[in-house]
Write a protein that binds this ligand. Sequence first.
Ligand code: E4P
Length: 220
Amino acid sequence: MKFFLDTAKVEEVESLLDTGMVDGVTTNPSLIAKSGGDMLETIGRIASLVEGPVSAECVSEDYDSMLREGELLSGLAKNVAVKVPLTVAGLRVCRTLSDRGVMVNVTLCFSVVQALLAGKAGASFISPFVGRLDDVGGDGMNLVEEILEVYDHYGMETEVLVASVRHPHHVAEAARMGADVVTIPPDILYKLYGHPLTDKGLEAFLSDWRKTGQSIGGKA
Ligand code: E4P
């Protein structure tokens, strides 16, 4: 399962790179606004740091303008995935760019039929927003399960990218279901490492070790 980092902050990408857990990055207009950086410069910098796909979202709503933005964004680097909303124009742009070999991430997916449309439009990634669906009383992970089932029926190659992740349990469920990718905010990625019994066990081991007065390979 691939882990993408859900952030537009270059320093967050830099600080997590050497964990070996970052297979790509996703951004959206809100994350760009939060980062305070210039969008094109930010995407260019992140795409040079990370080998995998870096999603950069179009902000126009009509086909021609969205396509122009997509061309500009995909021209920044080979690993940029153009993000388009799940609208009629968005999926038209998806088809056009996919036919040219550009990766497209279709975002703001909230139903299985929307995901089916994105698959038919040749999307590289479909992004179901699980947290936002949970927020309004829906079941985000059930949607992921439905999409995986439908894509499997038709052998669709679009990768299911679980987005709007709110807690480690979303990541665990996505992995159990066999989702292709999960995009994780940095604070949640750190939480994946944690377990109180790991902390407790480590404390006990190190306390016992100190009592031996030994060190491994010389001075500690
Ligand atoms: C990433 O591709 C999405 O834009 C992001 O995960 C949305 O997360 P949010 O619902 O927490 O804003």
